[in-house]
Design a protein around this ligand. Sequence first.
Ligand code: NZQ
Ligand code: ZN
Length: 385
Amino acid sequence: MHNFDFHNPTRILFGDGQIERIGKLVPSEARVLVLYGGGSIRANGTFDAVMAALAGRTVFEFGGIEPNPTVETLSEAIALVRRERVDFLLAVGGGSVIDGTKFVAAGALLDADPWTILEQHAKNVRAALPIGVVLTLPATGSEMNAAAVITRKRTQEKFAFVSRTVYPQFAVLDPTRTYTLPARQVGNGVVDAFVHVMEQYMTVPAQAKVQDRFAEGLLLTLVEDGPRALAAPENYDVRANLMWTATLALNGLIGTGVPQDWSTHTIGHELTALYGLDHAQTLAIVLPSMLRVRRAAKREKLLQYAARVWDLRTGDEDARIEAAIGRTEDFFRAMGVGTKLSDYGLGRDAIPAVIAALEAHGMTRMGETGEVTLDVARAALEGAA
Ligand code: NZQ
Ligand code: ZN
């Protein structure tokens, strides 16, 4: 196991009815900005529940944060924060709203063009406004981590930044708030969480037994309960397990002391920036093919994954590995997320632009050992054509 330094300060309020508690957590004298997306929280009553919990405070609102949030939209929120002297941000929504709120929290206190946060990998971020979260879509883990992914529409670029200053102070995880998710977002969320675990688990052995078994437990829960959420959207226990699993998949815990990959995500972000695919769709395309391309480097962990997640324990080792990758693809498809470029109307001719973007962004040595070069990325995309 590698050395590590782990501190996660986000307080989690989990369960039905917990939205009321934010009334106790947001300071009573705060000037609060509630940030949200395209309107799902207004349609399903979450907005009203949040406003009731904030009663008595000065509250402003900023709606319209789009999936894959853009600097173009978020700059307007930064202007509003400055104009109204907002001092607390409450994100109500999925990963896009939370990520956007993190960008606003840091950008509002920065004396420079906020896009420089992405260009400088947040090295210029010294402070951020405090953030609270009400999560409505289990997927990204953003509610309990320090990362955000922001898009600049004008240049078709999508980059991540990580800063300890943007950990939410608290996050409310009420599973009943996820009952209204469309099937597409349920599938996306399960696939995204699954791939977050894989990026931290499917590398090379590090003798990290707890991290491995914890990761396998999260994967098994997603495989078991993901399809159930599609079949029975209002099953509380299923929603509760998926919600906590997605948070634990990317709150730093399973990534402690182990090598991490993240090449599937990096390639996926270029696919979204260029072609507008949902984040999880890009992951479902890249991951299985990447595992085939890198099966030699990941052999030991692939065999462990085959045995412990898919119960493939006997027979030829190469056949077990192929079967485990095949089961992974079948699972993504069962969640309604296609695993081929052609599922989204893209052909081989879509690949060169992705490779060119990776090169332009300096992403030429990705993965846990840096061996995911542009050639490896190209092979993974061609394998998914
Ligand atoms: O905008 P509204 O109307 O709210 O609708 C949203 C949106 O259209 C809808 N939705 C959310 N909760 C709902 C609901 N509809 C009905 N009922 C509910 N309860 O779902 C749609 C998608 O929302 P979005 O927030 O975009 O999805 P997700 O949570 O998957 O977030 C994706 C973004 O997070 C980034 C991705 O790149 C992408 O930009 N990621 C952030 C990470 C992080 N911060 O650590 C890590 C991830 O790997 C990921 O890259
Ligand atoms: Zn992701």
